[in-house]
Design a protein around this ligand. Structure first.
Ligand SMILES: [Zn+2]
Length: 384
């Protein structure tokens, strides 16, 4: 599958959103529930409906733009970030994850991909703590880390409670209704600028951040290129079974390397397609079982395996270098991790600078991140 990202449109949309600001451009000031925030939301909604996405807004203003999948019986997957900005910030923090998420969906649509699970693009309310002194208000409420008492307890710098401020901005309803049940999403992936210097320093295009908790058994599908066993020469091969074999050995090594003897990982299923002796395997389905007496340690190994596979595979398909990285700032993803398997895709930003008008990420790096996000969402949206 080729992911076609419209880099010009994406750059144009990032600039257009940056022009909606209370500060002198290029500085961006867009505090939650202000007129500029509402204008930016309206613009985003238009762009999403252009792409055929439906929308739902909750009581605190978190907005869910949905690309309907064919399997409405299954939990959807989601991506997203924030568009609010602290005073005199830049134009990429958060925005890359929202407009990039939209562009990832558009790229998948253009490629003819049909999702089984629905794919949600979430625009979270108030990731920045500017107004209420607490960050990630939207995702905290979604995950239940923050309860409905926040309505009266949180007070803005102007003295208004969250309840009054959100009602004035047009977001009414019971704050308790914002919470989503654990398992509501099958997975959540956020694309974000690194806000640190590591990727740029190492000239690495993609950083993979994971904190995946969840089931102890799962399937991995390895795709390759088939062909006649006699006709395709060795240098030209992409044998899916050979790649799967490396992965099986890697899974064994990761389990052995957990530091505890009761971490056990087993690849008990290996289905080879087309499964003929004279045909190069083009697809292999592996069934992995992972157990540990310690749930945390098990999840850690699981995280390592999944990180080794999902986003890394997207990077490989796009020919991009990747490395694992630790997120130092907190993000909406930190809270989404409470209710869904979570991963983040980081792209480099110049000098690691963020929350300043000179914050900068190149369109090449953004597009690379969008393509990896698109592939990751495509993979997660399949029912297997
Ligand atoms: Zn951010």
């Amino acid at each position: 599958m080729k992911i076609d990202v419209d880099a010009e449109r994406l750059a144009r949309e990032i600039d257009a959103l940056a022009a909606i600001t209370d500060a002198e451009p290029p500085a961006v000031t867009r505090v939650v529930f202000t007129e500029q925030d509402l204008r930016a939301r309206a613009r985003l909604k238009e762009r999403c409906s252009d792409a055929g996405l439906t929308s739902r807004v909750d009581a605190v203003g978190n907005t869910f733009f949905r690309w309907e999948g064919t399997r409405s019986d299954l939990p959807p997957v989601a991506t997203g970030s924030h568009i609010d900005a602290i005073p005199n910030a830049g134009k990429f923090d958060g925005v890359v994850g929202v407009l990039g998420g939209l562009e990832a969906i558009r790229g998948l649509q253009k490629s003819g991909f049909v999702p089984e699970r629905s794919i949600d693009l979430i625009q979270f309310t108030a990731e920045e703590p500017t107004r209420f002194g607490v960050g990630c208000i939207g995702s905290r409420l979604l995950s239940g880390v923050l309860g409905p008492e926040a309505d009266e307890q949180l007070r803005g710098s102007d003295g208004e409670t969250l309840r009054i401020a959100r009602t004035k901005a047009g977001f009414a309803g019971d704050l308790a209704s914002v919470r989503l049940a654990p398992g509501y999403y099958a997975g959540f992936v956020e694309l974000h600028i690194e806000q640190g210097p590591i990727l740029e320093r190492e000239a690495t295009a993609i950083g993979i951040v994971t904190n995946i908790v969840g089931p102890a058994s799962f399937f991995i599908t390895v795709e390759g290129q088939g062909g006649h066993a006699g006709g395709v020469l060795m240098p030209d091969r992409h044998d899916a079974l050979c790649a799967a074999a490396e992965l099986i050995v890697k899974i064994e090594a990761l389990a052995k390397g957990s530091g505890a003897t009761d971490t056990v990982a087993t690849v008990g299923i290996c289905e080879v397609y087309p499964g003929a002796i004279n045909s190069i395997p083009n697809r292999v389905k592996l069934g992995v079982d992972l157990r540990d007496s310690d749930g945390k340690r098990r999840d850690h190994v699981l995280e390592e395996i999944r990180a080794a596979v999902a986003i890394a595979r997207g990077c490989q398909d796009e020919g991009l270098e990747s490395r694992r990285i630790v997120a130092r700032a907190y993000h909406d993803s930190s809270f989404m991790a409470q209710i869904a398997p979570m991963a983040m895709i980081f792209i480099p930003c110049r000098g690691g600078v963020s929350h300043r008008p000179d914050e900068y990420a190149s369109i090449e790096h953004i597009v690379g991140g969008v393509k990896v996000l698109a592939r990751t969402l495509a993979e997660l949206s399949l029912a297997h």
